[in-house]
Structures are given as C-alpha cells and as structure tokens.
Design a protein around this ligand. Sequence first.
Ligand SMILES: [Zn+2]
Length: 254
Amino acid sequence: MLDKNGVSGRSLSLTLGGKLARSLKALIFPVLYHGHARRCPVCGKSSRKFLCFGDLKRRDARCPRCGSLERHRLAWLYFTRMTDLFDGRRRKMLHIAPEPCLASRMRRRLDDGYLSADMEDPAAMVRMDVTAIPFPGESFDVVFCSHVLEHVADDRKALREFFRVLKPGGWAVLLVPVNAPRTMEDPAIVDRDERKRIFGQEDHVRRYGPDYVERVERAGFTVRVVRPEDVCRAGEIERLGLAAADEICRCDKP
Ligand SMILES: [Zn+2]
C-alpha cells in the first residue's frame, strides 16, 4: 500500500532502518577505521583502509565513511579534475541510477540543473526507462550512467537515447564493467542462475569487452577512454583505492 508520497509501509521501515544504520556507522566508523593510509576523494575523508566489497570480496573497495566504490571515486575525480562541470555555470545533468554517495554532492553543486532518474529507486527524482527517456531531444548538457547498460536488454537503444537527449557539444560518462575479451550476450538466457554463471550477476544480460567503445560510437558519440592513471597524480592510485577501477568512457556529441 502506497501513501500519498508513494512510500509503502515496508519501504518506510527500511528507510528508517537504513537511516539508523547510517547514523550508527557515522558514529562508529571514524573510530574503527581511523588512519591515513587511504583517502576518499568523494567524501574527502581519510581512513586506515577501504573495505572489501562484492561477491569476490575485492580488497580496498568501499570507503567506510561514504560507501564509495572504486568506480565512484574515479568518476568523481574525473568530474572534479578533468571537466568544468562544477565551475558554477548552469548545467543540465541527467544522472541515471544515482549512487547515493555521488547524487547528494552533484545535486548540491548543480542545484536545479541536476536530475536523477531510475526505473525503480524511490530515491531518484524521476522514474524512467533508459530506452525511452521522457525528455525532448537536446535537453541535457551532461549524462552520467554507470553500471546500468549491462542490465538493459536493448543497450543500443539506450545509447541512442542518451545521444538524442544531449545538446550538441554535450557529453556523457558511460561506465560498464568490461570483463570479457569481446562482448557476449544471448537474449535466450533468462534464467537467473544461468545469467549469474555466464554474465557474472543474476540480473546482467551481457558481459562487455573492449568493443563496448565501438557500440557507443555507433550511437553517434566520439569516445575517449580515461584510465585511473590519466586522472591521478603520481602515487595516488593506491591511496585513493583505484587499482581495480574500471576505465571511464567519455562520450562527446559533436
Ligand atoms: Zn568516502
């Protein structure tokens, strides 16, 4: 049952539980992880280590203070060091599947130019499908979409939609996990266990290879691959916990 704000009783109790857990973490983690071996560029806080994360328990992955993962820290560094996104000029940005550690910081900087969107997440500002974006062409200056397309059956259509809603001269950062020699997909594989076995996660519909770049280019974009060493100063990769970060695809609409 949804109340007038679209919040169910269950999601409300989950939200309250989540808030309590966050409050406790905010009290305990600064003591538990006190140290300076690692620094998170997203929250700006130091800690003695990052936490393990993922099915395979990647070491040095999650910031104990803001929850950022490698890809979030790399994207944030990219936005803040390599672009003029936060220079104070008005920008319209579409952020798909907003990561909590990034969304609040982006919204604060971009004010009402910022829009987050998701198919299901009640925290997103707009509910939408990336293969049918409900905005006119040339609506946005920037699109940010990370680790979403591997869940989308028609990712080519989503890429065309991103291209369509960007203004000429606009750009997108479109991250996917690249973990195969060549992109592999099979729409006949719908069983969750099979998807996990073949694509690495039960709700993934493909594995991407380096040819992901060509798929993005076919949507009309000019693509530049950005690696952690392109964004970091000497010696920073370990301290910022970026050793396992994905590459970033910077995609420009001519
Ligand atoms: Zn952090």
